[in-house]
Design a protein around this ligand. Structure first.
Ligand SMILES: *Cc1c(COP(=O)(O)O)cnc(C)c1O
Length: 486
């Protein structure tokens, strides 16, 4: 590959002062119509000096914000393989749909007879997510993945309380997402860690050792944070159920499994989805989230209220669920996010399965092509993401952080690093289905060059990045003494 083919971050990147530092006295960005009334003095006590605002022309302001926007990096700028985050492309048609005045301007306090369209969309969304997961009772209320976990924990707590009294513990594998133990603890559970086996997944024996009648259940991330499918989940669910517990599955990694796995067949009782990951709504700095919870019909009575229900072709909101855990969000959740994901699902239909297949194929392609130069600790087929470490580069005193910073010079957003915690110096790559083979090849090429640089010129890596707008930052100082005013 030629030197110039790798997309770097050199080129026209403008410096940009603050708006207060820009501009000049007397510059203006508007024009008022000519005065057609007599001039008078301001009333007594009124402000006589103009407010301290920068004086700028329209062009000054447009350039200022356009330049700042170019300093940002997003899925619309390039490859963004941030593991566990599913940074997939957000189709623009979803935004158009969410902006339709009937959706965007509908007030949450409108009476039901004037909200049939929005309620109908939510009801259909519940049905579709029930179909995709196999768990057909659905609440769209939670506002994010972790909020969905908390909701699911509360549902489990409600069910167990009603059927078998109080239980105090929750099993959490060491390959679970970090939010899982936090959600269980917020619900009052004592978390019990479960070690994964040498294959990077849970073994039924280990779970059987730890499961007892004071344990409410297990929270499994599947595929787990190593990007591996929990093959023994069915057997594990039987063990949990035999002792009266319930199985929670963190489904934020659903991008690997759409149209492929029916979670009810795996014995899962509660699962949350991240609409802002799998179903393409923008996230991170890009917008709010939505973390619907899908449950087994036995747990239906415990879902949050209000519920969106259909009676004789009319949709309504019902609070009439005495066992419900109550309300977790003002109004009915983040409706705009639901519209975007609804549009995404309708656009793709049965092709959703192909999305997951391509996401898994892309991750395996990367895994196979990078493993020669960067260490792959679990060398077996992965799902939608794969985890590498800095073991080969250790001898040159180059670590995961150095490698990832250098990736910025090659024009790629770094992967998730130092997570999952079970792997030392981990780098977790999730390419998503969006990347074409050429894009993946360039990423492989970047890692190959970085591996060579580690041997030949490790200082280049230790001092990276070199080509970005701001280069090496003092991260400790940034965290301890943040400067929030520019
Ligand atoms: C992202 C993620 C979460 C948390 O979702 P948020 O919307 O960020 O709260 C939970 N579990 C897994 C596996 C995730 O990838």
């Amino acid at each position: 590959m030629n030197e110039w083919i790798l997309p770097g971050t050199t080129g026209l990147v403008m410096n940009e002062p603050l708006l207060w530092e820009k501009g000049d006295q007397g510059r203006i960005g508007f024009s008022m119509p000519e005065r057609d009334v007599p001039r008078t003095d301001p009333p007594q006590g009124a402000r006589t000096r103009p407010p301290d605002l920068p004086e700028l022309s329209e062009v000054d302001v447009v350039r200022h914000y356009s330049r700042l926007s170019q300093w940002n990096f997003g899925v619309d700028s390039g490859t963004y393989p941030l593991g566990s985050c599913t940074m997939k492309y957000n189709p623009k048609i979803n935004e158009d749909m969410a902006a339709l005045p009937g959706f965007a301007a509908s007030h949450p306090l409108l009476p039901e007879h004037m909200s049939q369209g929005t309620l109908g969309l939510m009801h259909r969304m519940q049905e579709m997510l029930g179909e995709i997961t196999g768990l057909r009772s659905v609440s769209l209320q939670p506002a994010a993945g972790a909020h969905g976990e908390y909701t699911g924990m509360r549902v489990i707590h409600g069910y167990i309380q009603k059927h078998s009294g109080t239980r105090s513990k929750m099993l959490i594998p060491d390959t679970a997402h970090g939010t899982n133990p936090a959600s269980a603890a917020m619900c009052g559970y004592q978390t019990v860690p479960v070690q994964s086996n040498e294959k990077g997944i849970l073994s039924a024996e280990k779970v059987a050792e730890l499961m007892d009648e004071d344990t409410a259940g297990i929270m499994v991330t599947n595929p787990n944070t190593l990007g591996l499918f929990e093959e023994n989940l069915g057997e594990i669910a039987d063990i949990i159920h035999d002792k009266g517990g319930l199985v929670y599955c963190d489904g934020a990694n659903m991008n690997a499994l759409m149209g492929i796995v029916d979670f009810s067949c795996l014995g899962v009782d509660v699962l949350h989805l991240n609409l802002h990951k799998t179903f393409s709504a923008p996230h991170g700095g890009g917008g709010p989230g939505s973390g619907p919870v899908c449950v087994h019909p036995d747990l239906d009575p415990f879902l949050p209220v209000p519920r969106v229900e259909k009676h004789n072709d009319r949709y309504r909101l019902s609070e009439d669920h005495p066992d419900s855990i109550g309300r977790l969000h003002s109004f009915y959740g983040n409706f705009g996010v639901m519209v975007k994901s609804f549009a995404y699902i309708l656009t793709l239909g049965p092709q959703l399965k192909r999305i997951s297949q391509m996401a898994v194929l892309n991750a395996n392609y990367l895994r196979q092509r990078i493993k020669g130069v960067i260490n792959l600790p679990y060398d077996r087929p992965c799902m939608h993401e794969c985890v590498f470490t800095d073991k080969y580069q250790e001898q040159y005193k180059v670590n995961t952080a150095n490698i990832s910073k250098r990736l910025l010079d090659y024009g790629f957003h770094p992967p998730t690093i130092y997570f999952p915690l079970v792997v030392n110096g981990s780098m977790m790559l999730e390419p998503t289905e969006n990347e074409a083979q050429q894009d993946l090849d360039m990423l492989v090429e970047a890692y190959t060059r970085i591996a060579r640089e580690a041997e030949e010129n490790p200082d280049v890596l230790r001092n990276a990045p070199h080509l970005t707008k701001v280069t090496k930052l003092d991260e400790t100082a940034a965290a301890r003494h943040p400067c929030l005013t520019g």
